[in-house]
Design a protein around this ligand. Structure first.
Ligand SMILES: OC[C@@H]1[C@@H](O)[C@H](O)[C@@H](O)c2[nH]c(CCc3ccccc3)c[n+]21
Length: 452
């Protein structure tokens, strides 16, 4: 008996990204991306792992679509590699790159799986980085032109488009912390990059709509509820600043309010350079907000940190000591945080539709006697699905949920050392081995809800 049933037509899905699963980095005219450059730079990734082969999805995609079909998930979120479409970032289109995604989309539709296409999931063509990358305003225009090329080819069949995956990570992990490509460590550049990413979204949306009639277009943000480490005033204020840094910096301009005043004041002369019309472009209406939720942000005041935020995240070992269970990434498992986030989004921004475009966890999965028992992942997903169900009951317009990830894959700086998949990948043989969570999720999809 299904206790917590989801609405009819709820879009259960799985998610992946091009550089993390495809491999075939030199095939069919693909050009290099900044992640090819970064992962091949000594010291940047775990044991020097690269996406050169990854899961070899570029060649094994028929089997992967079959595994999706067996799972029974009605939707699949994947990203398109800009360097396959425009190897130099602009100019000459590579038809063989378009052909790959054309075949994939047709196979998904044949399998009655709705494709959700992410146009940018971090693999910027290196040729554009050589011309300034996201720090250069021209890259925003190049992105709109890329979106136009893709939407013209696929827009008759793809009706759900996500312009960007996690502009916060691209800007601040890639350009301030420097632990992601292109590995820059400069607060001013990072803030300017965040503006150009939002601007590129604003220019891409009209291009997609023009080429893909009645398409649903949105953007995916990594969002977290922010919790102060203590009720001390200085921690509460630090949490407020961190909420501005992580959440409101992107949500406010996307929902037509411009950049948050408190953050412009905090950033001071680090604030981005914007041109007339930029904020109007960024505020172009969207049909849905994509939310990637993994864990809350636990924040405390710290005057010593270099950045103007004067706020730091509570370290994982402290969270563990406080009683939180952690994933292999050191992220606290807090299903209520998803409920809290969704309710806040509904209260403060009231998007017409929300999709959870990523939620999942890495655990120390072991292949034993040809099987992978992953009870922790089942418990994680169960509890987060329950939190999403509570939010639905409280009126949140949640229309779908994509589990990260369909299969184990290249986890950026962690390489292949972190496994998020519902399907285990044996990297020696590239064999796909569904984990117990795959069968469990298949039952949730069939029941369209949680049984207990
Ligand atoms: O880390 C798991 C996944 C990645 O594999 C996806 O490509 C990416 O969209 C994604 N975002 C997040 C949460 C934001 C985050 C990313 C990287 C580092 C810290 C936080 C987790 N994940």
């Amino acid at each position: 008996m299904v206790e917590r049933r989801f609405p009819d037509g709820f879009l259960w899905g799985t998610a992946t990204a091009a550089y993390q699963i495809e491999g075939a980095v030199d095939e069919d005219g693909r050009g290099p991306s900044i992640w090819d450059t970064f992962s091949h730079t000594p010291g940047k990734t775990f044991e020097g792992h690269t996406g050169d082969v990854a899961c070899d999805h570029y060649h094994r995609w028929p089997e992967d679509v079959h595994l999706m079909q067996q799972l029974g998930a009605p939707a699949y979120r994947f990203s398109i590699a800009w360097p396959r479409i425009l190897p130099q970032g602009t100019g000459q289109v590579n038809q063989r790159g378009l052909d790959f995604y054309d075949r994939l989309v047709d196979a998904l539709l044949q399998a009655e799986i709705t494709p959700f296409v992410t146009l940018y999931h971090w693999d910027l063509p290196q040729a554009l980085q050589d011309r300034g990358g996201w720090a250069a305003r021209e890259t925003a225009e190049a992105f709109a032109a890329y979106a136009d090329v893709v939407a013209r080819r696929l827009g008759d069949r793809v009706k759900h488009w996500i312009t960007h995956n996690e502009p916060w990570v691209v800007a601040f992990v890639g350009h301030f912390l420097g632990v992601h490509a292109p590995g820059i460590q400069d607060a001013r550049i990072a803030i300017q990059v965040s503006h150009h990413l939002l601007l590129s979204h604003g220019h891409a949306v009209p291009a997609i709509r023009a080429a893909s009639p009645d398409a649903q277009v949105g953007i995916t943000l990594n969002l977290s509820p922010v919790r102060p480490a203590t009720e001390a005033e200085e921690d509460r204020l630090a949490a407020q600043r961190y909420d501005g840094f992580l959440n409101r910096w992107f949500l406010d301009p996307l929902f037509g309010r411009g950049y948050p005043q408190d953050m412009l004041a905090t950033y001071g002369e680090l604030a981005p350079t914007a041109q007339t019309g930029d904020l109007d472009a960024i505020a172009v209406p969207i049909d849905f907000l994509g939310v990637n939720y993994y864990t809350p942000a636990f924040v405390r005041y710290d005057a010593s940190v270099l950045n103007p935020l004067k706020a730091i995240l509570v370290p994982p070992e402290e969270l563990q000591a406080a009683g939180y269970e952690l994933t292999e990434m050191g992220w606290a498992i807090v299903p209520d945080g998803l409920y809290e986030l969704l309710i806040r989004l509904q209260r403060d921004f009231a998007p017409s539709t929300i999709y959870i475009t990523e939620n999942g966890a890495a655990f120390a999965d072991q292949l034993e006697d040809g099987a992978v028992r992953d009870p922790k992942r089942i418990a994680f997903l169960h509890d987060h699905f329950a939190a999403a169900h509570r939010a639905l009951q409280d009126g949140v317009p949640l229309r779908g949920y994509f589990v990260w990830s369909l299969m184990d894959n290249f986890e950026w700086a962690h390489g292949y050392s972190k496994r998020f998949g519902l399907i285990y990948i044996d990297y020696e043989t590239l064999e796909r081995i569904p984990k117990e969570s795959y069968a469990w999720y298949s039952e949730v999809i069939r029941a369209n809800g949680l049984v207990q």
